[in-house]
Design a protein around this ligand. Structure first.
Ligand code: GPW
Length: 835
């Protein structure tokens, strides 16, 4: 029988249960309690780090109350739930976000002050949780925030990497160096170890088909590893709903392999335990590239297998028939990284639940949803068949079976079309053969979506064209990305948030969750006093950034200049190179100006930040060029008041929170058709920064919202790109002829104006030869667009109007809108009120 609960005296239990703290005195009490007990520290020698830890532990107690009640509610009501499987969650810091979402920021600030600390110093002690590379991982974090804020029963599943994205250092020569990010070293108050929640995950071994008339097989032997859960609380904004992000840590099943140990082979025994721990030791620092490494495949399987086992166990507790699985569970695949979940669920349903193939496949294809985040070929995951066969023999069998049945159905619709079969096969022929993960994700899912209108069209007309023809277009959709206005406005730009609440006479508890209310700011473009306030806030954010750079890097920045910002992963398609070559062009132009001409120029400070994948040679060269151009330009007395340039090392979520509110203009200048969406473009615009960009990704939808007259567009459009590349290959025109301005800039770099003459040749040659990303095609119009930005900036009144209009029209880009689209049109889940 079931245990009676609570044990003992119910009243004693109930009287002792805590609720969320709301008043300053219980907050200070809990803070001091944690200093005394959890931290075992003396009040008189408590430093800022200790104060942060005490504050975090006390906030965590509050979150746990809500987190438990949310879990209880979900268990009782058993609604359909959605699971967001992502190899990356780029969370950043938690304390400030938790305080704002709980609505306790003021109370904590007051309490902390009474105890002799300032909130700012305390918040600044927290290390970023940087379990992601860039946009894809940060999107996952924004979606968790929105799911909780919209009271949706959504959990995240990921890996608890011991090392997050590497720390970036810049050498004296301007080279990127990488250092590990041991983010857990100071303990992590935001996670809850769940040593009781663990699963065994198998690798290698043998798979033997039963051949008993069923599709079953036995998978035995190999290596078994334990997946242990760590839970991270995800508070919603002004709601009790506090969801869960479950991260898996790998560990050896039995500490030591006793067989080897007894055989006297101590080293082999320890090695086995090392290899289990290695699985979740480090986040792969590659963005938009798939390297085919065995350990990465191990990570993917380890994580999908543990997550599915956990989801299945939870489903089974409801007591429904397995065929009802898709009525209770939706699983979103964040890119193809979790695609092994498809054959893994087939394996469980067939080998363990004993279902027939058709029933199992029907369950699978009603459970999964796949989001594609790129059409760049180098990013599309393919796994070598021999590697899969070795590591996951049963899954390879299942993939082959899926492929066979799939190709039979294609053959039936297009008899004799051999080319089509070869194109659509899950297996790419070659040496070795490879499994095309995007195709597997596509056919194994209920729906497929891209992340902005243009990108979703490109998915349908390029990489998945045959699949659209075969399966029908209704399976393919778009959910334009979004960003959480909690972190990316209220938290990073508190003054602007307060001005908005004051002006609209609407509490932020309302407009932060209904962001289209920002439209009510539109009439205020005509209010001079409001414009002054607006401009004043931008100015103070610029000073805050300058202060940050002064204290961290010792550099003094001219805050009277226009702040021009490009911050994102270094990648050729994002064209940081175009930006730095544009800066050099500007520098050369200034050098040739008379003193009189210079008076008309408005000063500009250009900021770059971003990491390059450690093995991405060309991207690293771009960083080196930026740093060395900065060195020359910033020291040139002829120009330094009018143009200066900074590369801020070790870009992170926290640095973005300081940079974004300070930008007058930001650059999103990818070759048309290459940036699936972009999300920092949305963050800048939400904070009243104007956008300089190409007609690409979500830039297009931003322009649709704010009006084309409020953005600065340049460059060739997507349909022209293919033709231009063809021209480059078959009718190349020397760069001196095609774009003399760019040729001159390249020659200056080659000639050693920024030192290291020979060093940059491989980078410059990517433009001189082939120019795959079309810098020479877009350079002139880029320079013209920059000139338009300068001109527009001269009219400050009009500029501030544009800035206000931009913020006002950004409501669409709240991740609340995006997550509601997923909930309604994809997952079919409903909000659950937790009281
Ligand atoms: F290649 N994105 C990313 F599609 O940050 F997998 N890393 C990646 O590895 C990939 C995509 C991948 C980004 C897109 O480049 C960006 O345009 C988009 O806004 C973001 O994902 C979120 O959808």
């Amino acid at each position: 029988g079931k245990e009676k609960w609570p044990r003992g005296e119910e009243k004693v239990w109930k009287d002792c249960m805590r609720d969320v703290d709301t008043d300053v005195s219980s907050i200070t009490k809990s803070f001091v309690n944690h200093v005394q007990t959890s931290l075992a520290r003396q009040p008189y020698n408590l430093d800022n780090l200790g104060a942060y830890q005490a504050a975090a532990l006390s906030v965590r107690d509050n979150l746990l109350v809500n987190w438990n009640e949310t879990a209880l509610q979900y268990t009782r009501k058993a609604p359909k739930r959605a699971y967001y499987l992502s190899l990356e969650f780029l969370m950043g810091r938690t304390l400030d976000n938790a305080l704002l979402n709980l609505g306790l920021k003021d109370q904590y600030a007051e309490g902390v002050k009474k105890l002799g600390f300032t909130m700012e110093d305390v918040l600044d002690q927290e290390r970023d949780a940087a379990l992601g590379n860039g946009g894809l991982g940060r999107l996952a974090a924004c979606y968790l925030d929105s799911s909780a804020s919209q009271e949706l029963p959504v959990w995240g599943y990921g890996l608890r990497y011991k090392y997050g994205i590497f720390q970036q250092l810049i050498s004296p020569a301007g080279e990127q160096l990488e250092a590990p990010d041991p983010w857990l070293d100071n303990q992590n108050p935001w996670e809850l170890p769940r040593l009781d929640v663990s699963y065994e995950v198998r690798f290698y071994g043998h798979a033997e088909r039963m051949n008993d008339g069923t599709p079953r097989a036995m998978w035995t032997g190999g290596q078994e590893v334990l997946a242990v859960a760590y839970d991270v609380m995800i508070p919603g904004c002004y709601t009790k709903t506090t969801n869960n992000l479950r991260l898996w840590e790998s560990k050896p099943k039995r500490g030591f392999d006793l067989n080897s140990f007894n055989a006297g082979n101590y080293e082999a025994a320890v090695e086995a335990s090392n290899s289990a721990a290695a699985i979740t030791s480090v986040l792969y620092p590659n963005d938009h590239t798939s390297f085919g490494k065995e350990l990465r495949l191990k990570q993917q399987y380890f994580w999908t297998a543990a997550s599915l086992a956990d989801i299945l166990r939870r489903f089974k507790n409801i007591g429904k028939s397995i065929t009802e699985f898709p009525d209770y569970v939706a699983i979103q695949l964040n890119d193809t990284h979790p695609t092994l979940a498809i054959p893994e669920l087939m394996r469980i349903l067939i080998d363990e639940e004993d279902l027939d193939w058709a029933t199992a496949w029907k369950i699978v294809t009603n459970t999964f949803f796949y989001t594609n985040h790129t059409v760049l070929p180098e990013a599309l995951e393919k796994w070598p068949v021999p590697l899969l066969e070795h590591l996951l023999p049963r899954h390879l069998q299942i993939i082959y079976d899926i492929n066979l049945l799939f190709l039979q159905s294609v053959e039936k619709k297009y008899p004799g079309d051999r080319d089509r079969l070869a194109r659509m096969s899950l297996i790419e022929e070659g040496f070795p053969k490879q499994v095309r993960m995007a195709y597997l994700a596509c056919i194994g899912s209920r729906k497929v979506n891209g992340v902005a209108e243009l990108h979703s069209e490109l998915v349908k007309t390029t990489i998945l064209k045959d699949f659209v023809e075969f399966e029908g277009v209704s399976k393919f959709g778009n959910v334009t990305n979004g960003i959480t206005p909690r972190r990316w406005l209220d938290q990073c730009n508190p003054e602007l948030s307060a001005l908005i609440s004051r002006t609209l006479k609407v509490d932020k508890a309302v407009w932060l969750k209904e962001l289209t209310l920002l439209e009510k700011l539109l009439p205020l473009t005509e209010d001079a006093a409001f414009r002054t306030e607006w401009a004043g806030i931008k100015q103070r954010n610029k000073e805050r950034l300058a202060h940050h750079v002064q204290t961290t890097l010792g550099l003094t920045i001219n805050t009277n200049a226009m702040f021009d910002v490009q911050i994102k992963r270094l990648h050729e398609y994002k064209r940081q190179t175009l930006n730095i070559l544009g800066v050099i062009h500007r520098y050369l132009t200034l050098k040739n100006m008379s003193a009189e001409e210079k008076k008309k120029v408005n000063p500009r400070v250009v900021f770059f930040a971003g990491k390059a994948a450690p093995a991405y040679y060309i991207a690293k060269l771009t960083i080196r060029l930026i740093v060395n151009v900065a060195r020359i330009i910033n020291a040139d007395p002829d120009t330094k008041d009018l143009l200066s340039l900074y590369f801020l090392p070790d870009y992170s979520v926290s640095l973005a929170e300081v940079l974004i509110p300070a930008s007058d203009i930001s650059q999103h200048i990818s070759t048309a058709g290459t940036e699936a969406s972009g999300t920092s473009n949305m963050k800048f615009c939400l904070n009243g920064g104007l956008l300089l960009g190409t007609v690409d990704g979500a830039n297009i939808e931003i322009a649709e919202e704010v009006g084309e007259s409020n953005v600065f567009f340049f460059g060739h459009l997507t349909p022209a790109v293919e033709d231009l590349r063809y021209q480059h290959t078959y009718h190349p025109v020397p760069i001196e002829e095609k774009c003399p301005a760019l040729a001159n800039v390249l020659n200056q770099v080659s000639g050693g104006l920024f030192g290291d003459a020979h060093v940059y040749e491989p980078l410059l040659n990517t433009i001189r030869q082939g120019d795959y990303y079309l810098l020479s095609d877009d350079f002139d119009s880029y320079i013209a667009a920059l000139a338009m930005v300068d001109e527009a900036y001269l009219d400050q009144t009009e500029w501030v109007k544009k800035s206000i209009r931009t913020t006002a029209k950004m409501g669409k880009f709240s991740s609340d809108r995006a997550i509601n689209e997923y909930a309604e049109s994809y997952w079919n889940i409903e909000a659950q009120r937790v009281v």
